[in-house]
Design a protein around this ligand. Structure first.
Ligand code: NAP
Length: 253
């Protein structure tokens, strides 16, 4: 309790999955939380459940005006900004590279890469005003290792890994820490919908994903949410430019 007391945290894609876990756990640890998402009903319902220290804002990370306006509103409402969690992401079209259209490629980069750029760009001046802060970028194990599917997604996560290291170095003199998290498979709506779209039986698909991880199970959103709390907190004050892999042993092979 209280690990994030007095901190203002903005989470993108905060209505569902890993983002939702981050919002719940940050509130539990005493933060004020701006839940942002394109899903209005889900975001508003979560804000209601989390109480007076949480507030929902409709924000599309792929739209610079939306990002700029919401960040300004959050700062006006909460008095500042200390932590940005760049979590919103989409898996996109699953086709081999030579069958992808430009639009399918661009759609994923717009959310997963440009979204991180826009949110970072418009948060930095506010983090500087606080004398420092923490930016936490959701990459993936597939930002580090390869896999024979969803090429635009894996490319986007590699970009996020590298953007993290660049920004960590640019903003270290401002005491702004920038780190990436690289989850293995985590059971969220993104993964469940990906299985449904692939036409596999969801229960069988989940078992197959369990088996990929040496710990014998797919991850839970809180397995990542607690790492977000740590990186947001002053406990992580010497962490920057790090890539935190949380994958039940997947990449230990
Ligand atoms: P999720 O269950 O799909 O939740 C993501 C949330 O972000 C959804 O509410 C989604 O809305 C929202 N979103 C999508 N596009 C957005 C936009 N343009 N602006 C604002 N919000 C937007 O995803 P998740 O599994 O929790 O993943 C969270 C992050 O972790 C992603 O960056 C993902 O790539 C990364 N990650 C996930 C896994 C995993 O196995 N789950 C593994 C490695 C990395 P919609 O439902 O309408 O899209």
């Amino acid at each position: 309790m209280g690990r994030l007391k007095d901190k203002v945290v903005l989470v993108t894609g905060g209505a569902l999955g890993i983002g939702q876990s981050a919002c719940r756990l940050c509130i539990k640890e005493g933060a004020k939380v701006a839940i942002t998402d394109v899903l209005i009903a889900e975001g508003e319902s979560l804000a209601k459940q989390l109480g007076e220290n949480a507030r929902f804002y409709h924000m599309d990370v792929a739209n610079e005006d939306s990002v700029k306006n919401v960040i300004e509103s959050v700062v006006a409402d909460f008095g500042g900004l200390d932590v940005l969690v760049n979590n919103a992401g989409i898996s996109g079209t699953n086709k081999p590279t030579h069958e992808l259209t430009e639009a399918e490629w661009d759609q994923v980069q717009a959310v997963n890469v440009k979204g991180v750029f826009f949110c970072t760009k418009h948060s930095i001046p506010h983090l500087k005003k606080r004398g420092g802060g923490s930016i936490i970028n959701l990459s993936s194990i597939y930002g580090i290792i390869g896999a024979p599917d969803v090429p635009p997604y894996h490319a986007s996560k590699g970009a996020v890994r590298q953007m993290t290291k660049t920004d960590a170095m640019i903003y270290a003199p401002d005491n702004i820490r920038v780190n990436s998290i690289h989850p293995g498979y985590i059971w969220t709506p993104m993964v469940e919908n990906h299985l449904k779209r692939s036409g596999v039986d969801v229960a069988e698909g989940r078992k197959a994903l369990d088996a990929l991880h040496p710990l014998g199970r797919i991850g839970e959103p809180d397995d990542i949410g607690w790492a977000i709390v740590f990186l947001a907190s002053d406990e992580a004050k010497f962490f920057t430019g790090e890539e935190m892999v949380i994958d039940g042993g997947y990449t230990a092979r």
